[in-house]
Design a protein around this ligand. Structure first.
Ligand SMILES: Nc1ncnc2c1ncn2[C@@H]1O[C@H](COP(=O)(O)OP(=O)(O)O)[C@@H](O)[C@H]1O
Ligand SMILES: [Mg+2]
Length: 424
C-alpha cells in the first residue's frame, strides 16, 4: 500500500520510520516532510488540501495519515473524504475538540467527563466574578489554537483578571483569545494517554509522560516538549480502566450521537489528582515527542492500525506492543524556544555498539539539506534520540548514548528525561 503522511516534524518522521519496516507498505510520501523524511520516501511540496487530495487520487494513495492539528482543524479530512479517499484523522467538526477549548470543555461537561471547574466567557465582568470565587493559582485559557502558548497560570486574582482582559481585547492572541476559559487549578501529576479511535471502537496505547519545560528539573520556559518516555509506571491497570470508563467511552459515544464520530488520535491530557484522572484537555493528534516513542513500541504493522482506524474496522485489529520501554530525548538548537538559530551542519558518529544500533533510532524534525546534500539543523527542535530497553533506565541510557553521537553547533538537550519514573 502507498501512504501519504501530512506534516514535517519528528512525529511524522517517526510514523514514516515505522511504516518503512512494515512489509505491506510500498511507497511513502510526505507533505511537506523535512530534510530527512526524503530518506524514507518522497517529499511533496503541496500545501493546499484540495491539491493534496488530487495528488492522492492521481497517485492511487491507499491511506493518508495526518500528523499535525492545523490541517485537521482546517478540514483536510472532510476534503479527502469528499474525494472518496481513505484518511486517518478526525473531521473538521470533531477536530474542534482541539481547535476550541470552549467546545472541548462544553463537550466534557455534556458527556460527564471529569474536568476542572470552569466558566467560558467573553465578558470581563463575568470572568472577574468567577475569579473572585476561586483560590489562587487560577488558570486562564484562550479558546483557539495558540501553538501551546494560550494557557496562563496566574498566581494572583489580579494577574488572572489582567490576563483575561488582555486576551479578550485581542491583544495577546488575536481572535483565538476573544473567548476564554477560566478554571480552577489542579494539583497533581500529568500524563498523556492516546486512544486510536475509529468512530466507535478504540485502542489505548501505552501512557506517556512529556517534559514541557526547557530545563532540567522542570525549570525554564514552556516548549513544544523536550523529551518523553513510555510506558510510564505512573499509570496502573486501575487508572487505565478509570480513563477508559469515565473518559474515552463517554466521549466517543457522545460525539457519535452528536453526529461527529471521532476517528483518529484522541490525545487525552490527564492530571491525576489523588489517584483520580481529571481531564485537562483533548488534542486530536499525537503528541510530539510522545509519538516518537510510541511508534517504537508497536510491534504489529502500524499501517494496519492506521488503516483499520480510518475505515471503522478496529474491532478486527490485532495489535501487539513491545514489552520494552522507550525514552526520547529532544535535541534542540541554540536559541530554542526564544528565537531562530543559524543553520548548522549535523555530524553523526558511526555507531559501533550493536546493542545501541538495535535499540535506538533518530527521529528527525527541524532539519534540511543544503545543495550538496549535507544535513543541517535548521532550528527549533532538531531531532529526537529514542532509546529502547528492558527498563526505563536502560532505555534512558541508550537514548543519552545516542545523543553523544550527534554534533552540531548550539546543540542542547535536557539531561533528566524520565526522572519522575527513576526517582530513588
Ligand atoms: N486546570 C489546570 N490546573 C493545573 N495546570 C493546568 C490546568 N490547565 C492547564 N494546566 C497546565 O497548563 C498546560 C497547558 O494547558 P493545556 O490545557 O494542555 O493547553 P495547551 O496544551 O493547549 O497549551 C498543561 O499541560 C498543564 O501543565
Ligand atoms: Mg496541552
Amino acid at each position: 500500500m502507498d501512504i501519504l503522511v501530512i506534516g514535517s516534524g519528528g512525529r511524522e518522521y517517526s510514523i514514516g520510520y515505522a511504516l518503512k519496516s512494515d512489509e505491506s507498505v510500498d511507497k511513502i510520501y510526505f507533505a511537506p516532510g523535512n530534510g530527512a523524511t526524503s530518506d524514507l520516501g518522497e517529499n511533496i511540496a503541496i500545501k493546499d488540501y484540495e491539491e493534496l487530495a488530487t495528488f492522492a487520487k492521481e497517485n492511487s494513495i491507499d491511506l493518508t495519515i495526518v500528523g499535525p492539528e492545523d490541517p485537521l482543524v482546517g478540514g483536510i479530512v472532510d476534503i479527502f473524504k469528499e474525494h472518496d479517499l481513505t484518511i486517518f484523522g478526525p473531521s473538521k467538526a470533531a477536530a474542534q475538540l482541539e481547535g476550541s477549548k470552549v467546545f472541548m470543555k462544553n463537550a466534557l461537561k455534556k458527556y460527564g467527563v471529569p474536568t476542572a471547574k470552569y466558566i467560558e466567557t467573553n465578558s470581563l465582568d463575568e470572568a472577574t466574578k468567577f475569579i473572585n470565587s476561586l483560590n489562587e493559582p487560577i488558570v486562564v485559557k484562550a479558546d483557539g489554537l495558540c501553538a501551546g502558548k494560550g494557557v496562563i497560570i496566574a498566581k494572583s486574582k489580579e494577574e488572572a483578571i489582567e490576563t483575561v482582559s488582555d486576551m479578550l481585547s485581542g491583544k495577546s492572541f488575536g481572535e483565538a483569545g476573544k473567548q476564554v476559559i477560566v478554571e480552577e487549578f489542579l494539583d497533581g501529576y500529568e500524563l498523556s494517554v492516546f486512544a486510536i479511535c475509529d468512530g466507535k471502537d478504540y485502542v489505548v496505547l501505552p501512557a506517556a509522560q512529556d517534559h514541557k519545560r526547557l530545563l532540567d528539573g522542570d525549570e525554564g520556559p514552556n516548549t513544544g516538549g523536550m523529551g518523553a518516555y513510555a510506558p510510564t509506571p505512573l499509570v496502573d491497570e486501575q487508572l487505565y480502566s478509570k480513563i477508559e470508563d469515565r473518559v474515552i467511552k463517554p466521549t466517543l459515544k457522545g460525539l457519535d450521537s452528536d453526529g461527529m464520530p471521532f476517528t483518529g488520535v484522541l490525545f487525552i491530557g490527564v492530571m491525576v489528582v489523588n489517584g483520580e484522572p481529571i481531564i485537562l484537555e483533548y488534542n486530536v493528534r499525537f503528541g510530539d515527542p510522545e509519538c516518537e516513542e510510541l511508534m517504537a513500541l508497536i510491534e504489529s504493522p502500524v499501517s494496519d492500525l492506521f488503516f483499520k482506524a480510518a475505515t471503522g474496522d478496529l474491532k478486527n485489529l490485532n495489535i501487539k506492543f513491545s514489552n520494552k520501554y522507550a525514552v526520547g530525548v529532544v535535541i534542540a538548537s541554540k536559541n530554542y524556544p526564544y528565537s531562530s538559530s543559524e543553520p548548522a551542519e549535523i555530524i553523526i558518529d558511526e555507531i559501533h555498539h550493536e546493542d545501541l544500533q538495535e535499540n535506538s533510532y533518530i527521529a528527525y524534525a527541524g532539519v534540511s539539506r543544503d545543495s550538496d546534500g549535507v544535513l543541517l539543523a535548521t532550528g527549533g527542535r532538531v531531532l529526537v534520540c529514542v532509546g529502547l530497553g528492558d527498563s526505563i533506565k536502560e532505555a534512558r541510557d541508550r537514548a543519552y548514548m545516542l545523543t553523544g553521537q550527534i554534533h552540531f553547533i548550539g546543540k542542547k538537550c535536557r539531561m533528566d528525561i524520565a526522572y519522575q519514573a527513576l526517582k530513588d
